[in-house]
Design a protein around this ligand. Structure first.
Ligand SMILES: Nc1ncnc2c1ncn2[C@@H]1O[C@H](COP(=O)(O)OP(=O)(O)OP(=O)(O)O)[C@@H](O)[C@H]1O
Ligand SMILES: [Mg+2]
Length: 245
């Protein structure tokens, strides 16, 4: 809790600029970031928003980060050298890079109609986004959600459709599992995109797509509706290569 509160300065720019009126409470702390429920400022025209605040680099843990960053370049030489040397400035730039990437991916996917949180504004360390939940509390992760048996195949097909829609937009999530899907009755929202890769430029994309599908296949198999992740990935990949996703 104290650790979480220490990160709240990252929300200050949102308060100062009128995007956030008040921080209500921490929602959840993950490996890379903490989410805070906030009362929205008047300029957003909604009641609640979530600030996702990235941890400082020492506390973050993007395992094998290089596989996600392949195909991305830092054009500014000074910034590139700072990141390579891991100076303090380099660490700030690196965090900003993940934050900015997640903001861009969410923004594009939301624009094309995917069920991902709408994003409003970001700083070098935090993203302000749509709150996924209700008055009673935030939507649970699919992993922990109470699912009725007859819903399971519908949710599975829905997520497989989402993955195909991401691919149609040249996005592979890269860390998809039932933990990064939020459940509301009749609705799923996929979150947590900082590590998303572009299959046109990233040679790991095909493997990450298969891994995303395997994670979901395991969850759905436990609920009696598994599928063959390898086969599904192969089919999707072929369709993407031929421009028909
Ligand atoms: N927009 C949102 N609305 C409601 N809850 C959210 C929202 N964004 C994140 N959360 C909650 O915060 C948790 C952490 O968010 P997220 O997965 O984006 O960060 P993370 O640090 O990468 O997490 P992890 O490493 O555990 O996957 C989510 O699992 C979810 O419970
Ligand atoms: Mg997550």
């Amino acid at each position: 809790m104290v650790e979480s509160l220490a990160e709240i300065p990252a929300i200050e720019p949102f308060l100062e600029q009128g995007y956030v009126a008040e921080v209500i409470n921490p929602l959840k702390s993950g490996k890379e970031a903490s989410a805070y429920l906030c009362r929205a400022g008047r300029r957003l025209g909604r009641a609640l928003v979530v600030a996702k605040v990235y941890h400082d680099r020492e506390r973050r843990n993007f395992a094998n980060a290089a596989q996600y960053t392949e195909g991305r370049v830092i054009l500014n030489g000074q910034a590139r050298r700072a990141v390579a040397k891991k100076t303090e400035m380099g660490r700030t730039i690196e965090t900003a890079f993940w934050v900015d990437h997640e903001f861009e991916v969410l923004s594009n996917l939301h624009y094309t109609g995917c069920d991902v949180p709408e994003v409003f504004v970001c700083t070098e360390q935090a993203i302000l986004m749509e709150y996924i939940g209700g008055e009673e509390g935030p939507a649970p992760q699919l992993q922990h959600a109470p699912i009725a048996p007859d819903e399971v195949p519908v949710l599975r097909d829905r997520l497989l459709g989402d993955i195909e829609q991401y691919l149609a937009n040249d996005v592979v999530h890269g860390d998809l599992s039932a933990f990064n899907v939020l459940y509301r009755p009749g609705r799923l929202t996929v979150i947590d995109f900082p590590q998303a890769v572009d299959p046109r430029f990233n040679a790991h994309a095909r493997r990450l797509l298969t891994r995303d599908l395997s994670n979901l296949a395991k969850y759905f198999a436990r609920h009696g509706h598994g599928f063959d992740a390898e086969e599904h990935a192969a089919g999707l990949w072929e369709r993407w290569r031929h421009g028909s996703v």
